[in-house]
Design a protein around this ligand. Sequence first.
Ligand SMILES: Cc1ncc(COP(=O)(O)O)c(C=O)c1O
Ligand SMILES: N[C@@H](CCCC[NH3+])C(=O)O
Length: 503
Amino acid sequence: MLSTQLAGVDNSGRQYIFNRENNRNENAQRSPNQELLPLTAGINSHDHLEIGGCDVTELVQQFGSPLYILDEESLRSACRQYREAFQNYYPGEFQVLYASKAWSCLGVCAIAHSEGLGIDVVSGGELYTALQAGVKPEVIYYHGNNKSVEELSLAIESGCTIVVDNWYELKNLAQMGQGGQGGQGGQGGQGGTRGPRDRREWGLGGEGGQGSDSQLPTRIMLRLTPGIDCHTHDYIRTGHLDSKFGFDPDQIEAVFAFIGQQPNLTCVGLHAHIGSQIFERQPHQDLAEVMVQWMEKAKSYGLPVTELNLGGGLGIRYTESDDPPSIDEWVQALCQAVKAACESQNLPLPKLLCEPGRSLIGTACVTAYTIGSSKTVPEIRTYVAIDGGMSDNPRPITYQSLYRAVVANKMSAPVSETVTIAGKHCESGDILIKEASLPQTEPGDILVVMGTGAYNYSMASNYNRLPRPAAVVVANQEAKMLLRRETYQDLIRQDCLPDSLLG
Ligand SMILES: Cc1ncc(COP(=O)(O)O)c(C=O)c1O
Ligand SMILES: N[C@@H](CCCC[NH3+])C(=O)O
């Protein structure tokens, strides 16, 4: 098994990849978000990378390439660490949600739910996935800045909590009443639902919802834009004032007053999310203080607010220089800030929620690719091409994100070159890693890119008509299919070819 080392090259020039220097205490709990590789990563007697006891090169032989490999233990451990930290630091009720936008599929939702997590969804599709995975609607929270009437209607019927983002949505919900009727801007501008056939498809039955009691008002929370800044990429900051999400501070009191008049809505709490891949703790501590003040104000309008959701955002280690706090440290900071703010306002502790995505699943997964062609531009660089790219990992081209990689079939080979890992798309910017330090590579080698669990599969596309790769979940030397590889038939499944187009 691997010891705890940093990424890079060791004294003997070998690939030298693993994990956090200050985790040298064998008994210390390793926080998955601080590791480069999944917790169960190791090197086996063939000098191959193994994860969950499975040889990565054998997984590629069996399931094909590229392949997402999810380590069940890392995901479960991250879920448990969140819950244990709340148990240790928060004397009130709490609920951890998995932000399924990071990777929404049946298997991942089912694992998170089985560890006691609820699910944050942001579209009808994510809601459908969570429900189909068996997640109880009581622990599903539905976000989004432009939910359609059709989506709202299905959400009401499912019985989940709706996190209301803006006036348009609030007024639609107020009009919709029970059973999802009414509202502006539904299909064809008519409003209303998609009809009973679709409700049955959702497992909601013909009448009423699986989780909703038609006599009860719809449970909502309000998303506020707290005006708190944090240091992360501009595209993934959401809590600053110039954000498309949430009610601005100057609207909030009018919103509270409006909700107080709506018999079919009950506002159970407030929500804010300030951004993603954050390494500082202070912004969330400031957020806690601001939000507790808004809780007090909501109560003064007679709203029965008892829940406070402070979003997600804890960062992960993509490269050796990333240094995020552990899950335990982050939760502790959050809980202490909420407790202190409540004490100073003389408020009872709210039910505290958070909704991490990346820090639960990001480092639990790697992507294995097969190396193919290469090209050396003298005195400039060597491109080494793999059989995937921006379609299975759009983060480098979208956010200039950095990744690290190893060659899974040559784990102890000396690092001898710095190359540029290129994808196979018809796009010059399709570069996964600009400078990768690797041993000598050759066609057929298996390149493993680390930290691909979050916002990879969920943001994957079929650009250039590449089928999406398969994903497996590994544990105890066994690999199980999580997502089947798309086929060429899948690629044309939605295509229509009207007769008139045929010559
Ligand atoms: C509303 C909301 N909640 C939760 C998350 C999850 O964030 P992260 O994956 O950084 O934990 C996001 C993404 O930024 C989000 O927009
Ligand atoms: N997709 C972003 C994170 C956005 C989170 C959702 N608000 C990323 O890959 O880093």
